[in-house]
Each structure stands twice: as structure tokens, then as C-alpha cells.
Ligand binder design. Structure first.
Ligand SMILES: [Ca+2]
Length: 177
């Protein structure tokens, strides 16, 4: 049975329970003025942050520059090689990212493997990244809502695991659904 999990970056809140994670995302997608009733039992700090995120989902706020909407890192603590991801990136297999780790001082590419090697993620406000255990968006799924600095993926059992991902503005969160 695959897990669905959620990380609400601004609240530093990791929702490990699939049912609860699903309930929160469904509430974000609900097009009623009463949507906040659906999350009335959520911790008040988290609820306020979800209300901010909902403004992006509703199109009342727009995220900024789509380049480097997310950054993946090889090492926990956001260390080692990194790679920027842009809004709209739809990466079916991280084995295809193997040469994208960066450049040396003289500009030649550093060859870096990315499949099952990501251990930290940053996401900018107004965007999300959905990461998956297997290629082609299979297996366990984690949606990270920006702004987020999720720097210890091993601590939530997501270290050395990610094999595919997509990055979009939060108002396109249905794509990961
Ligand atoms: Ca994997």
C-alpha cells in the first residue's frame, strides 16, 4: 500500500498519515467559501498558513519567478551537489538527471547521479513539488508546499528514495492528485 504524505513548509509540519494528508489537500481544492470548516480541527498556526496557501489555489495570489521554483540537494542539510527545478518540470525518471549536478569552475558538467540520491529540498512560496518513490510517479508520494526548506529527508523516511517528481504553482496541485 503506497503512502501519501504532505509537508507544509511554512509550518514545518509533516503530515505522515495518508488519510489526513489527503483530507487537507482535498480541503485546499474545495471551491466553497466554507472550505475552512473542513480544516477547523487543524492546529491554528497550520490553519492560518493553509489559508494563505489557499489564496494561491484560488488565484487570489500569484507566485513569482518560475525558474528554480524548487531545488534538490544530495546531502541532508542542503549540502553536496544541487540542481534547480523550474515550475512545469515533469521528471518521470531521475535516472535521466544523472549529468545535471552542476559545473566545474571551467564549465564542464559534474556527473552526478540523482536517482535515489535526494536528501533535501527547497521550494519557493506559491509552488509545490510532488516527489515519488518510483519512476513514472509511482509508489509513495510526498507533496511539499512552499515556502519549504525540507532539509532532512532521511528523518522522515524519504532519504535516498525519490525517483520522479513534478513542480508546479500551487494552483495546479490537481496535477499531483
Ligand atoms: Ca526510488
Amino acid at each position: 500500500m503506497s503512502e501519501f504524505q504532505l509537508y507544509i513548509g511554512q509550518a514545518d509540519q509533516f503530515i505522515s498519515d495518508s488519510k489526513e494528508a489527503r483530507r487537507i489537500v482535498e480541503a485546499l481544492l474545495t471551491e466553497t467559501k466554507e472550505w475552512s470548516n473542513l480544516i477547523s480541527d487543524v492546529d491554528s498556526t497550520v490553519r492560518e498558513i493553509l489559508q494563505d496557501i489557499k489564496k494561491y489555489v484560488n488565484g487570489e495570489m500569484y507566485p513569482g519567478e518560475p525558474s528554480n521554483a524548487a531545488i534538490i540537494y544530495r546531502e541532508p542539510g542542503a549540502g553536496g551537489a544541487s540542481r534547480g527545478l523550474n515550475s512545469g518540470d515533469y521528471l518521470t525518471n531521475f535516472q535521466d538527471l544523472h549529468h545535471q549536478g552542476g559545473k566545474t569552475l571551467i564549465g564542464s558538467p559534474i556527473w552526478v547521479e540523482w536517482n535515489d540520491r535526494v536528501n533535501a529540498i527547497n521550494v519557493r512560496e506559491g509552488f509545490f513539488i510532488a516527489v515519488y518513490e518510483h519512476a513514472n510517479f509511482g509508489g509513495d508520494k510526498l507533496i511539499v508546499l512552499g515556502p519549504a526548506r525540507l532539509h532532512n529527508l532521511p528523518g522522515i523516511n524519504w532519504g535516498d528514495k525519490i525517483s520522479s517528481a513534478m513542480v508546479y504553482p500551487v494552483n495546479e496541485i490537481k496535477r499531483a492528485w
